[in-house]
Design a protein around this ligand. Structure first.
Ligand SMILES: [Zn+2]
Length: 384
């Protein structure tokens, strides 16, 4: 190894294996497997000792990643201060992902997407708990002993609609928690009319991070047991998927009138929602609410679109194991998976940052508009 160059990832969310770094132009790494799993794609590491050097960082095993097709047209993110993350030139050639970047400082961090740390998660929970109308519930414990936290926000109990929103079942999809941060800030803004109106009509039940163990391990898809939580909704267990079981138990107790599950998509360069058209319970009422939700979000956010998304049979036999489908089938309510891109929104691209924490937060705040529309629609009111 070049005596100056150093690669490290022994920190919260860090994930890389160094193969060799004998020159800035020949740094070779592998992305390690998720814990107890065959999935991998999330990377996050620090490079030191290459200031002013034209670096080429080769990801030798990129073609075996969970969504190798997602590397096409993908640009990695970098940061010097771990606050501002910008895109750096990245190629996918001959089965290898290559970051081509000349660091301006001695220390630079690279990641698959802007990380969302466990400390920031705890800060978010502490901030939210200090807001009026917000309660924090400890609903369970992960396999490694971390709290599974549910935030409850609302002003009223009488005839309140129960709105459930969960994020980061897939821990590497950090944009999902940035989205929740924006949503919470809007919802707790006491002068915002949408927040004020919704809190009179609804109670929000929000799980900002479904998979804290996987987040800390730097996993893309699974918890510390190697379990993909978004295939566990038909048969969750205390041993393998306590995160899902804890949420389902609370749903049984409280009820569900609307459900959103927030994700990131490795491949599609757009924001989209995936509904319940392929579940047995799907009917005109749910279809109407899906159309109203999408139409409203389309009207308020040029970052949303309805042309690209998953095909009807995308999940095949696994359909009812997916959170949004299981909730839709069980509670016969509007139930959506919302996907944001790892790349960028090709309809409104930003070459500097791509899809970003800031843009995820804005979409998270804007999501209150379609919720407000649906909550006040005849389809929703008919079952009061
Ligand atoms: Zn996901």
């Amino acid at each position: 190894m070049n005596s100056k160059l150093k690669i490290s990832s022994a920190f919260d969310g860090g994930n890389i294996n160094l193969i060799e770094a004998n020159a800035p132009s020949n740094i070779r790494v592998n992305i390690p497997l998720d814990t107890n799993s065959h999935f991998f794609q999330w990377f996050y590491f620090r490079l030191q000792g290459a200031m002013g050097e034209e670096c080429r960082i080769y990801f030798d095993n990129a073609s075996e990643a969970a969504y190798a097709e997602g590397w096409h047209d993908y640009q990695a993110v970098a940061s010097y201060d771990r606050e501002y993350w910008f895109r750096v030139p990245t190629e996918y050639v001959d089965g290898k992902l290559v970051i081509c970047h000349t660091p301006e400082q001695d220390s630079v961090y690279y990641a698959y997407f802007a990380p969302y740390s466990y400390e920031r998660h705890l800060d978010m929970l502490a901030w939210a708990s200090s807001q009026d109308n917000c309660l924090s519930h400890d609903i369970g414990t992960t396999a490694e002993g971390r709290d599974i936290t549910l935030l409850e926000i609302g002003k009223t109990q009488a005839l309140a609609k129960n709105i459930w929103i969960i994020a980061r079942q897939h821990p590497g999809e950090t944009m999902a928690q940035w989205f929740i941060e924006g949503l919470l800030e809007r919802l707790c803004d006491e002068s915002h009319p949408i927040a004020r109106a919704l809190l009179e009509q609804c109670r929000f039940y929000i799980v900002p991070n479904m998979n804290p163990d996987g987040s800390i391990h730097g996993n893309l898809r699974v918890n510390s047991k190697g379990i993909n939580l978004n295939r566990e909704w038909q048969t969750p267990t205390e041993e393998l998927s306590p995160e899902v079981l804890a949420v389902q138990n609370k749903m049984t107790e409280i009820g569900v009138d609307l459900f959103l599950d927030i994700h990131g998509d490795e491949t599609l360069p757009v924001n989209f929602v995936d509904g319940c058209r392929n579940i047995p319970a799907f009917d005109q009422r749910i279809a109407d609410m899906e159309s109203l939700f999408s139409g409203t979000l389309l009207a308020v956010s040029p970052d949303f679109q309805v042309v690209k998304g998953y095909d009807n049979d995308y999940f095949g036999d696994e359909t009812l194991k997916i959170a949004s489908k299981w909730v839709g089938q069980t509670y016969k309510c509007l139930s959506l998976t919302l996907e944001m891109p790892f790349k960028d929104n090709e309809l409104l691209p930003d070459s500097e940052v791509g899809w970003s924490p800031e843009r995820s937060k804005i979409l998270g705040a804007d999501i209150l508009y379609p919720i407000y529309q649906v909550v006040n629609s005849p389809s929703m009111k008919s079952d009061l």
